[in-house]
Design a protein around this ligand. Sequence first.
Ligand SMILES: NC(=O)c1ccc[n+]([C@@H]2O[C@H](COP(=O)([O-])OP(=O)(O)OC[C@H]3O[C@@H](n4cnc5c(N)ncnc54)[C@H](OP(=O)(O)O)[C@@H]3O)[C@@H](O)[C@H]2O)c1
Length: 281
Amino acid sequence: MGEKICLITGATSGIGKATAMRLANMGASVVMVGRDQGRGEAALAEIKEKSPNASVDLMLADLSSQKEIRSLADEFKEAYPRLDVLINNAGLFRSKRITTADGIETTFAVNHLAYFLLTNLLPDVLKASATSRIVNVSSGDHSNGTIDFDDLQGEKGYKGAKAYSQSKLANVLFTYELARRLKGTGITANCLHPGAGVRTNFGSGVSGLFGFMVRALKPLMISPEKGAQTSIYLASSPEVEGLSGRYFVKKAGVRSSNVSYDERLARRLWEVSAELTNLPA
Ligand SMILES: NC(=O)c1ccc[n+]([C@@H]2O[C@H](COP(=O)([O-])OP(=O)(O)OC[C@H]3O[C@@H](n4cnc5c(N)ncnc54)[C@H](OP(=O)(O)O)[C@@H]3O)[C@@H](O)[C@H]2O)c1
């Protein structure tokens, strides 16, 4: 990974931090994205301590804000000539419906629209690399999801679990549609499930049954390092060079849910996402 430049969102904690740590240790130039300066600097210092010679940078952006995503893309393009690996990883679970500064339901905004917008703002730097990889962190929970175009943002009735599984299905549909659109460009797009229960900050502070379950199951969960293995594999392994439009679990390409292969659904989601982020369809 010596010559590679990697941009990782949600790198201040959990799977994203473990991914950044390993890629930096493998010699890549790592650009960590965090939303909080203190947490970002703490994670950066931790990585630097473990890999003193690593090239690690921190950029700040609250990914619930489209304005901040646009500034992040500009900041990255000013600082780096190309991007070899983009890892869209930042994600959350919200038990109550909260809207962002852009007026969009937060789960949909951070877990899906941020992946969509950031990726679509970086094509020039991704194309500047001979081959580049986009890695989208989804979840096995995508298989419980449906895309409810009649109530995409839970305005008629919000349930945290439904919003989350919808957003994770959106990650898979987005990856497959992206892979189709990027065919022949040298840019690949794949997605993954990090593992059922990774011991991270995910779900901490969440009320209700979901928060209770997460806290109760923590001792049984796998470590963030283990949960990061498939992200690291897709970012770095020669075994997946040129492979695109696939879903991985435990470093193996597997079948995702039936609905995730619906191309019309993926196209419609793309169009709606473009509209919500003011991008051309
Ligand atoms: N943990 C699991 O069992 C599990 C299972 C399946 C899939 N996943 C997926 O794995 C990914 C990583 O989650 P994790 O388990 O590592 O959770 P985590 O420890 O909570 O990490 C989530 C990361 O996302 C960042 N983030 C959240 N909202 C953000 C926002 N508005 N703007 C910028 N950054 C934001 C967090 O930043 P802060 O540090 O500032 O909070 C943190 O760095 C998520 O996409 C999740 O859906 C996790």
